[in-house]
Design a protein around this ligand. Structure first.
Ligand code: HEM
Ligand SMILES: *[C@@H]1O[C@H](CO)[C@@H](O)[C@H](O)[C@H]1NC(C)=O
Ligand SMILES: *[C@@H]1O[C@H](CO)[C@@H](O)[C@H](O)[C@H]1NC(C)=O
Ligand SMILES: *[C@@H]1O[C@H](CO)[C@@H](O)[C@H](O)[C@H]1NC(C)=O
Ligand SMILES: *[C@@H]1O[C@H](CO)[C@@H](O)[C@H](O)[C@H]1NC(C)=O
Length: 379
């Protein structure tokens, strides 16, 4: 019923679409929403890249020491970009990704496979979904965060990117350790929320974060949003993101030599707060993705919906959203609404690279049997 790779999609969609097209850093800023004039000015200054096919799966896909002498921790320096994802931050701090936080999709796929043993199709799907909405499709570069801090009320006001209302896409108050989408520095880690993560691990997991804790904390974060966020929106893709995020710490942050799927709080602190591997850390023992998500969901099933009429405690279901019974709708809406909203009428190299990236993105979920869409035609 729950088709695995789809769930991952959502982990990235939130921040990605929230990026403003006014970028200080054109080589990796998104090109979505540019006017023809802006486009004509910018493109000649960009390094135009023909995106390569994604790298394949790992040759050796078992556990191994990844916090080795070739990958020591180096804290981010001024100007380095870090984001809301503790996994990618860790990879950048240890040199599996470029230290400045800007990478190509191929570099990200290689890094999440090598450094965490993320399963190949999940890595491809996640990375290319992120790249299409957030990366620079001409230069083939993507940043793992954004230096600019989002300001304004929490939750952030609905933003329009390329004519698309992305409110439901990046509304992210139900994250575990991030209160909102301000990112790009260490302030995006919220100690109060992490304290709750620890409390729940103590209360439900005997001091460890496991799938049982994940289920309770996920439910708690949703309840908190319903009770405190008048504009809480919990529809696809955010709906899936929330559940996928919850199992990643169990699947990726537990040392691969451990036989128990439970994360101690020392390691959790290092990953979430500092983006740092524990001493001697070994990656997962097998290629991993969203294992455990069914357990988290079915412990407290909540259908997609949101607080209606800007009222707290007014959660109303939204039957138009994709849910765990309908993953292909998630793919279809993402391609046909989100991406087409960002890039209504691409031409030239942008169209070519969009078509290629949409194909890579689909290849990551081809196993789910959804009908592939070609909104920009074929090459
Ligand atoms: C494959 C490429 C990946 C991309 C593009 C990506 C992107 C993201 C983004 C945008 C978020 C923020 C979602 C939110 O605001 O709630 C996030 C959250 C998260 N990511 Fe990743 N991620 C990737 C891989 C990974 C890997 C390999 C791991 C683990 C090793 C990981 C672990 C997490 C966790 C635990 C969270 C939740 C943080 C929290 O709720 O406090 N991600 N990721
Ligand atoms: C891991 O590698 C082995 C040996 O090459 C292979 O048989 C197996 O299918 C791989 N597992 C996954 C999930 O890719
Ligand atoms: C951390 O999260 C809590 C709970 O959502 C919130 O009340 C607080 O304002 C956040 N702190 C910061 C610094 O964002
Ligand atoms: C966060 O960054 C500021 C400077 O930007 C630094 O002074 C502070 O020590 C950092 N906090 C942590 C927990 O790393
Ligand atoms: C995608 O959108 C187009 C135009 O709005 C529509 O004609 C088409 O049926 C949609 N495709 C799917 C699979 O929803």
């Amino acid at each position: 019923m729950i088709s695995v790779p789809f769930v991952s999609l959502t982990v990235l969609l939130l921040n990605l679409v929230s990026l403003s097209p006014t970028f200080a850093s054109p080589q990796y800023g998104s090109l979505a929403g540019l006017s023809t004039r802006e486009w004509n000015e910018l493109v000649p200054r960009l390094n135009q890249v023909d995106p390569p096919n994604p790298p394949g799966p790992l040759q050796y896909n078992g556990t191994k020491l990844v916090h080795d002498s070739a990958h020591p921790f180096k804290a981010p320096r001024q100007g380095d970009i870090r984001g809301p994802c503790p996994g990618l931050n860790t990879l950048a701090n240890h040199g599996y990704l470029p230290h400045n936080g800007v990478a190509s999709p191929s570099q990200i796929i290689n890094a999440v496979q090598e450094g965490f043993n993320m399963e190949h199709s999940t890595a491809v799907f996640l990375t290319h979904a992120a790249h299409i909405v957030d990366g620079n499709l001409v230069t083939d570069l993507l940043s793992i965060g954004e230096k600019t801090k989002k300001t304004g009320p929490d939750p952030p006001a609905p933003a329009t990117v390329g004519g698309l209302n992305t409110h439901a896409v990046f509304e992210g108050d139900a994250s575990m350790t991030r209160a909102d989408f301000s990112f790009g520095d260490n302030h995006s880690f919220n100690q109060t929320l992490f304290d709750q993560f620890v409390d729940f691990s103590n209360g439900y997991g005997g001091g460890f974060y496991d799938y049982t804790v994940a289920a309770e904390l996920r439910f708690q974060r949703i309840q908190e949003s319903i009770a405190t966020n008048p504009r809480f929106s919990f529809v696809a893709p955010r709906y899936f993101t929330a559940y996928a995020e919850s199992v990643f710490p169990v699947n990726f942050f537990v040392d691969g030599r451990s036989t128990e799927k439970k994360l101690d709080m020392e390691a959790a602190t290092l990953f979430f707060r500092d983006g740092k591997y524990p001493t001697d850390f070994h990656r997962a023992a097998q290629p991993s993705g969203n294992e455990g998500v069914e357990m988290v969901f079915f412990a407290h099933p909540i259908a997609p919906g949101g607080n209606r009429d800007d009222k707290i405690n007014n959660y109303v279901l939204d039957p138009t959203s994709a849910d765990f019974d309908n993953f292909c709708l998630l793919y279809t809406n993402f391609v046909n609404q989100t991406i087409r909203g960002l890039y209504p009428n691409p031409t030239g190299i942008l169209r070519r690279n969009l078509i290629k990236n949409l194909g890579f993105f689909y290849s990551g979920i081809a196993g789910a049997g959804c009908e592939e869409l070609f909104p920009y035609g074929k090459l």
